[in-house]
Design a protein around this ligand. Structure first.
Ligand SMILES: [Zn+2]
Length: 83
């Protein structure tokens, strides 16, 4: 069983959450080319190691939040402010 810490509800079983994806910043639609949009929508870094992800607490508080997760060990930690 994997525990994930919701900032509002505390540690819960990961089955209560839905994985949204890697955290990325949305480009400005007014200045973005089609190639940049395609990269934003479909290309993922898929890193080996620590990555910042967005999760949704679907059976709890229904809030989105970010968490850092190690892709090999599934250890998690709160997001650092500069990530
Ligand atoms: Zn929650």
């Amino acid at each position: 069983m994997m525990l994930l810490r919701c900032p509002w509800c505390g540690p819960r079983n990961v089955t209560e959450f839905r994985y949204v994806g890697e955290k990325t910043s949305r480009p400005d639609p007014a200045t973005t080319t089609p190639t940049q949009w395609r990269t934003y929508l479909y290309t993922r870094a898929n890193v080996f190691g620590w990555t910042v992800e967005t999760w949704y607490h679907s059976t709890g508080c229904r809030q989105h939040f970010s968490v850092e997760r190690h892709t090999l060990s599934n250890r998690t930690r709160p997001v650092q402010e500069n990530s």
